[in-house]
Write a protein that binds this ligand. Structure first.
Ligand code: MLT
Length: 338
């Protein structure tokens, strides 16, 4: 009798323990590295993701943003997420390209000509294919897209309105071959530098200038160390939120779906942030004393040199000229030929 009772109690306890073990209250606080500071488009995407994640998971999951490169340079965070020592990162797509070359198509100069082009490409078949490629090549999964706007050249030395004006300027670029070659097509050899070192580089005048969208220039307070802005608009900056694929595979299917849906909502919020804020932020830069100018001839000189020299050089790395033409067709542009 005693044995039976003890056994029954033990069995009941064991079955509760088994249930508890089988369905753990797996609550996660995802750690998100963010390359930019508060007020940036990256932060807006990150905050929208956190609130969607909390809401969709009924408060079970949350996430914390570590702004301003606190968790390392953007390129380092890709490696960290790939090996599972970091959960997520929000970073410019040009800093993923070295690990997954096909996403370089979004960095090719003058391919994306509007926010709508960026939305079409990232949210359609091309975006899905590139997401798959980054999983296979880099061990990270893109779960949201930030639309930061056109990159604009800033410098501390002189007004620039033509390709010839670039002469004598030392321009920082990310460690990205496409961007390096673009400046070379304009006749100067730029200085590759990690994003996390860029403010100090500009402040100490190791470099004279850099390029990034208005929202980034403002969030990073570049107006303190840069005077002139030129609207070269050669790249529409896209900044994905990535998750470690190793971590993603450890989540239950339900949690994976929550994370993906929160990412979708963050993507939509990012487009809205840009539509609502870009003009206001441009005005802040003017109020801070920056001089903003357009290049002569509608940028044609910049466009002609960059597309002729850079596009063909990178067809192979983005998946061939056929892939380039798929991308151009998706946004209603004419195909290119060899
Ligand atoms: C870069 O210039 O390296 C990036 O565009 C910076 C960013 O993440 O905003």
């Amino acid at each position: 009798m005693t044995f039976v009772k003890t056994f029954t109690t033990f069995a009941a306890a064991a079955s509760v323990a088994a249930l508890t073990f089988a369905a753990p209250a797996f609550a996660k606080n995802f750690k998100i590295a963010v390359g930019d500071s508060g007020g940036s488009s990256q932060e807006a995407t990150g905050l929208a993701f956190v609130s969607a994640l909390e809401e969709l998971s009924g408060g079970k999951h949350t996430a914390t943003l570590f702004l301003n490169g606190q968790l390392g340079s953007e390129q380092d965070t890709v490696n960290d997420a790939a090996i599972g020592t970091l959960d997520m990162s929000l970073l410019a797509v040009n800093n993923i390209t070295p690990f997954s070359p096909s996403v370089g198509v979004f960095t090719l100069p003058y391919v994306i000509l509007s926010l709508e082009d960026a939305e079409t490409l990232t949210q359609g078949e091309i975006g899905a294919e590139l997401t798959e490629n980054t999983i296979n090549d880099a061990g990270v999964r893109i779960i949201a897209w930030t639309y930061t706007g056109f990159r604009r050249l800033t410098n501390s030395k002189k007004p620039v309105t033509s390709v010839a004006d670039l002469e004598g300027l030392v321009i920082r670029v990310p460690k990205n071959e496409i961007m390096i070659d673009t400046y070379k097509s304009w006749g100067i050899s730029p200085t590759p530098m990690a994003w996390s070192e860029t403010f100090a580089g500009l402040q100490t005048k190791v470099v004279d200038g850099q390029d990034n969208p208005y929202t980034t220039i403002n969030a990073m307070k570049f107006y303190e160390v840069q005077k002139y802005v030129t609207n070269i608009r050669y790249i529409f900056s896209i900044e994905p939120l990535i998750i470690s694929e190793q971590l993603f595979q450890e989540l239950s299917e339900e949690d994976q779906n929550i994370v993906l849906e929160a990412g979708k909502q963050a993507t939509a919020a990012s487009a809205q942030f840009l539509r609502d804020k870009e003009a206001e932020i441009k005005q802040i830069l003017l109020d801070k004393g920056m001089e903003i100018m357009d290049p002569e001839n509608n940028e044609q000189e910049f466009i002609d040199l960059a597309t002729a020299a850079v596009w063909p050089k990178f067809y192979d790395s983005i998946g061939g000229i056929e892939k380039m033409n798929e991308v151009l067709a998706a946004i209603g542009r004419d195909p290119v030929s060899e």
